[in-house]
Design a protein around this ligand. Structure first.
Ligand code: NMX
Ligand code: MLT
Length: 438
């Protein structure tokens, strides 16, 4: 069996050649145009980034190196005691474009567990933060501080060659992914279970096995399995989403993977992006409380209109690219359907009922281009039902996951020699002048 590094050494030259040929033959080929609406509309729809690991189709949803979520569920190795996708398998796929064997996935789990402990100063740093500081802010601080040991930065200072950028990026990336469970679980324990013991990293467990254990939910096999699925399928959503794009932009300056991913986390912490999963839970719990358990479609409709009329967005609905229900939402719903304790829960049922009502209400409201649920509409209710009720923490779990895609791209960006990102911007006056000159 080939190791991860051997596999990458094999696949990278072929991609480098492919890009070289593309550049030589098609640098001037036009693949779209830029309209004023794109410039003033958050760059929606502009084809402007190279991103290797996944591509998002507006109707079908995400494919990771060509594989849909159901295909990944069939093909990617699981944990020894589980049925859900192992995030290490997803990381392998995102990095190499290949489905790992079970042995390769196990090797990666082992390597990550071996690298999983935090430096003492990062533990002390996290312990010193006020417990009132949002868990996402704590996460970004902790990830940023891990750059103390960056191989990329140390070797850059020594004057490494461009051809070596990706190998050190890979080492930092694996070290980052490996340490995220200990880092994120420490934040959880400090904020929500102060004064209780935090388990050490178990060298025999997979990434999420360890994460769940350190969070204090190791005995709940169903939650651990849910976290595996959650973390695997939130891993990547092509390059233009705010966290991936932020991390890619920062890394294009040759800032190391820790600094780059810390920037990605700061973007994930916004309510229009990853923080929406916390907002969904707050909103659905309010609905459950206000409707006092007696929930009908007409009650849900009224509640939706109340939200919209108060000028708020319906959290968990809409998307910058998707124009259909998010297949990640569907996969999480299917997880609930296979477990009676979840499918009978009023909260899980409410999420489902909301899905039956919200698209029509949003269509009637007439603003959003996509009236369907995104992944955040479903992700929190299962955590809540399994006892992880602290919803201000939910985006941290998303943050553990999104690292898989972001670091994979960092490795590819350095291997392919992608340049500093620097798009052209215009003031309103300059844009008007440009329009007149056309
Ligand atoms: N509820 C109410 N209004 C909405 C919603 C919604 N769920 N989604 C979009 N709109 C509005 C939007 O605010 C905009 O209004 P205005 O013209 O007054 O500025 C209008 O519809 C057009 O927006 P779109 O072009 O459809 O959406 P856009 O690409 O700008 O934004 C989101 C995408 C995801 C930011 C937006 O749909 C939203 O705010 N959704 C709720 C928050 C959410 O669930 N975010 C999570 C996304 C997934 N993730 O994990 O990151
Ligand atoms: C994501 O997973 O990043 C979200 O669905 C947002 C996006 O793709 O824009």
């Amino acid at each position: 069996t080939k190791s991860l590094r051997e596999t990458l050494k094999e696949v990278i030259p072929a991609k480098q050649e492919q890009l070289k040929k593309l550049k030589a033959e098609h640098s001037q080929t036009v693949v779209g145009d830029v309209k004023v609406e794109n410039i003033i509309g958050g760059m929606r729809g502009i084809k402007a980034m190279l991103w290797e690991a996944s591509v998002l189709d507006p109707l079908e949803g995400i494919r990771f190196h060509g594989l849909s979520i159901p295909e990944c569920q069939k093909q990617l190795p699981t944990a020894p005691d589980g049925k859900e996708i192992l995030p290490e398998s997803m990381l392998w796929l995102l990095l190499t474009g290949q489905v790992p064997t079970t042995e390769q996935a196990r090797e990666l789990s082992k390597e990550l567990a071996e690298k999983g402990e935090l430096p003492k100063f990062v533990e002390d740093l996290l312990d010193s933060l006020p417990t009132t500081l949002h868990p996402m802010t704590q996460m970004a601080i902790g990830v940023s501080a891990l750059n103390h040991d960056s191989a990329f930065q140390a070797n850059y200072e020594k004057g490494m060659k461009k051809a070596d950028y990706w190998t050190h990026t890979l080492e930092d990336s694996l070290s980052l992914v490996a340490r995220l469970p200990a880092l994120s679980a420490r934040i959880y324990r400090n904020v929500y279970k102060p004064g209780t013991d935090l388990a050490a990293v178990d060298k025999n467990l997979d990434l999420v096995g360890n994460y769940s254990n350190m969070l204090g939910f190791g005995d709940n096999k169903d939650l651990t399995e849910y976290l595996r699925l959650y973390i695997a399928i939130h891993g990547d959503h092509e390059g233009g989403n705010a966290s991936a794009h932020a991390s890619h932009l920062v890394a294009s300056t040759l800032a190391d993977p820790f600094l780059s991913y810390s920037a990605g986390l700061q973007a994930l912490a916004g309510p229009l992006h990853g923080l929406a999963n916390q907002e969904v839970l707050r909103w659905q719990l309010n609905m459950l409380k206000e409707l006092d358990g007696k929930v009908t479609h007409s009650d849900i409709k009224d509640f939706l209109w109340k939200t919209l009329k108060s000028g708020q967005v319906v959290p968990g609905y809409g998307h910058g690219v998707l124009r259909n229900p998010d297949p990640r939402f569907i996969a999480l719903q299917e997880f609930c359907d296979t477990r009676p304790e979840l499918s009978s829960s009023p909260l899980v049922q409410l999420v489902k009922q909301t899905f039956e009502v919200a698209p029509d209400v949003l269509k009637e409201h007439g603003k959003t281009k996509n009236p369907f649920p995104n992944v955040d509409a479903a992700s929190g209710c299962v955590l809540y039902e399994y006892g992880l009720k602290d919803f201000k923490y939910y985006t941290v779990i998303f943050g553990v996951s999104r690292a898989l895609g972001c670091v994979s791209q960092l490795v590819w960006a350095r291997a392919l020699g992608l340049p500093l990102e620097r798009p052209k911007s215009y003031s309103i006056d300059a844009l008007e002048k440009l329009i007149k000159s056309q």
